[in-house]
Every structure is written in C-alpha cells, then in structure tokens.
Design a protein around this ligand. Sequence first.
Ligand code: MRU
Length: 344
Amino acid sequence: MNVKTIEWRDDKVVMIDQRVLPIEEVYVECEDYKQVADAIKTMVIRGAPAIGVAAAMGVAQGALGIDSKDFATFEQKLNHVCEVLLATRPTAVNLRWGVERMKHKLATLKNLSISEIKQELKKEAITIMEEDIAINRQMGDFGQTLLNSGDTVLTHCNAGALATAGWGTALGVIYSAKAAGKTIEVYADETRPFLQGARLTAWELMKNNIHTTLITDNMAASIMRQKKIKAVIVGADRIAANGDVANKIGTYGVAILAKEHDIPFYVAAPLSTIDIRCPTGDQIPIEERSAEEVTNFYRQRVAPDGIHVRNPAFDVTPNSLVTAIITEKGIIKAPYLETIKKLF
Ligand code: MRU
C-alpha cells in the first residue's frame, strides 16, 4: 500500500486523517505535541500500535520545544508532555508503552547536552516507527502458517497498515499469506459505531487487491453458520497477563460466535500490546466515547433526542475463547498465564 499512516517529516508528525477515509485522502501535519495529543484523542490516528508510535513522536516533538538548559528542568517539562499524551485514550496500552520507552531512553542520555538529547529522542521515535513495521512483518510470517490457500477470514475493526506504522497485525497476517502465494478472502465487519471496518479495512484490503466482502456486524453469525469462515483474526488494544483480550467493541461477540461454529479465533498483537502488569481483563480501562457516535450514522442523526446512550469503545474477550495469540516472537496458546510469562 502506497500510503503512510504516520511519518516524521521536517520535525512535523504527519498522519493520514483516518476520520475522513475513504471519502477523502488528506494528511494532518502536527507541529507540536499538543497537536499530536489532539490527533490521538480525535482519532485522526487510531489503532493501538499506531497510537504508540504517535505518542513516542509526540514526546520527541515535545522535547524539541523545551528551551531549558539543565537536565532536571528539561526532564520535568518532558514529564508534563508525557502526561498530556497519556491522557488522550485509556485502553490501548501501546500508548503508555511508547511514552515509557521514550522516558527510558531519556534516562540513558543524562550525560549529553540538551541539544544532543533532543536529537537522540527524535532518533528513538523514528526507530520505534521502523521497528513496528518489522515486528508486524514477523507476526505476519508466523501468523500466515495458520492459513491455507483458499481460506476465508473474518476480521473486526481495522488492525491493518492504518492501525500501525505499516503492514498491520491481523491484516498483516493476510498480507503475509498473500506474499507466501496463498489466496485468502476476507469478510470485514463494518464495526459500528466508528465504522473502522467499512471505512478503513475495506479500503486498505481493496488497495492491496485482497478479495473482500463487507458485512454489517449483525451478519457475522449467519455467515459463519453458512460455513463461509475458516478463521477469525483480530488485533488487540491490550492483552492482560492471563490472555484476556481488549479489542474493539463487538470482538467479544465475534469470539462467542466463532466458538459456537467451531471456528478458530486468533488475536495478532505485538508484545507492546501485552500488559503484564494487568492481571486480567477486569482491570483494563475501557474508553467510553461520545453519545453522538451512536445516535448518528456517519454524522446523520438517526435516534430521537434525549435517548440514553452507552458507547464503550472496547470489550474484553476472555482467554478461554482465544485459540492462539500471534506475536513477533511466535504463536502462543493456553495456558496463557504461563505462555505469556515466557515471552517476557
Ligand atoms: O478505536 P480504535 O480504532 O483505535 O480501535 C482499534 C482497535 O480496536 C484495533 O482492533 C486494535 O487497536 C488493534 S490495531 C492493530
């Protein structure tokens, strides 16, 4: 795909605007960390790994904007930058991971001048972006071994190139299968209410010449019953130490459907999405988004004024429904408490 999700260009963080795809292909240029934070919050950029990269770049941009000459003040000001970025979205742990990696880098740079530190932090953010693409390719290489040519895969939300620095996690597995000479078809859930499936997954799969069928979320059960789906592959926003998986709202339902129809349910996610400090899915914070996303359909109001609304953006799939987790270090299965521990 000839589209860059996120890039560092002339000290600006450039992102494709995922709020308006696929109708418009426009880019947002963030000139400082506050604009990066705003872009994460308003979902110009979304998807756990992409958010992690954006946060790291935000920290680097924040560092460039600090004019202090001594390390202690510089660090204090950079901590404030980190807090602003951390407050943008609560569920995807990659955000915290990206910020913490930048903080760890800073801790190794104490002996350098402030201007050298700024350059090193900028390099680190760009490295994080490049590593993300390489990690996705590794995951894809492992994950594609689970698929045979002719298989049809169902996916939920967008866990593709647009949700990462490139290639993708769940969709990366499809792209790697294609690169290995396999023909794979995809059913994409539209993913109400933000329509990541209809707008983003459908768009990027078509750009990559993958035969794709778009369905509304409530069609998945019937399609599975017709024996059209060989595997489900989704991404994740946070995986707890016991293998419980937080991902886009609706994923839990898809996992239950997969179990009922004897279809394997795979989760593709980098280690940066695994939160070993979080014991189970019950401790994962779930973002609640605005009511308008539910009362409106693509900006058109469809529900009566005054109606009560819930809009949790994510749900938790218990580890018992997860057939395997595909990571850059290999494919792991239950008992996840043990297999995840071994990864770290
Ligand atoms: O609200 P979003 O669009 O940021 O949610 C994204 C998802 O739920 C993805 O499935 C997840 O981040 C995995 S992306 C590789």
